[in-house]
Design a protein around this ligand. Sequence first.
Ligand code: CA
Length: 219
Amino acid sequence: MRLLLVEDDIDLANGLRESLRNNGHSTDNVSTGKEGLLAIKSGDFDSVILDLGLPDIDGLDVLKEIKKIDSTFPVLILTAKDGIESKVRGLDLGADDYLAKPFNIEELFARLRVIERRLGTHVSSIITHNDVAIDTQAHTIAVNNLEQNFSRREYMIVKTLLENIGRIQSKEQLETQLYEWGEEVSSNTIEVHISNIRKKLPTNYIKTVRGVGYVVSKL
Ligand code: CA
């Protein structure tokens, strides 16, 4: 799930972003309501974690605007410890869930799993294509119904390719994915991973488009 984190406490935001990425959620963060709304309008995100205490716009007003853009867009609100009233108002305004600060990171992960399940059929946790099935919740890949051992980086590359079936992914795009997940990337990283991944997938599953990138084709 691609997450947007709207939080003006920079230390908290950085920590959360790292934890979320390590938990398999590609996460970007912004620190104002205005930036948050722009990011959501871009359509690049599946869900937002929204702090209610923002420097520019009241978080509840941001929430109202989000719901005007897309009434089904999943929103998890973060409230201050004593913010019971804003919590209730947030839920009334259509927030899916809330967490009161300080919260346990495992609790946040659990809430996000609920949102992921709610997104359900549209963003299924299992993508199956030509004998390969990737479970984006369990972070596993099965080939012909047999689970195969993929490293974290290999998993992320396969996931990106399968989320973009029929669309060529350039080496740079794949590198960006790894960066976003907090991985170090050197110049031949992608080639090496692709070569190892190919040994575990059906023959010719990932095609090389010379000079352009890699693709898992639709057929
Ligand atoms: Ca705040």
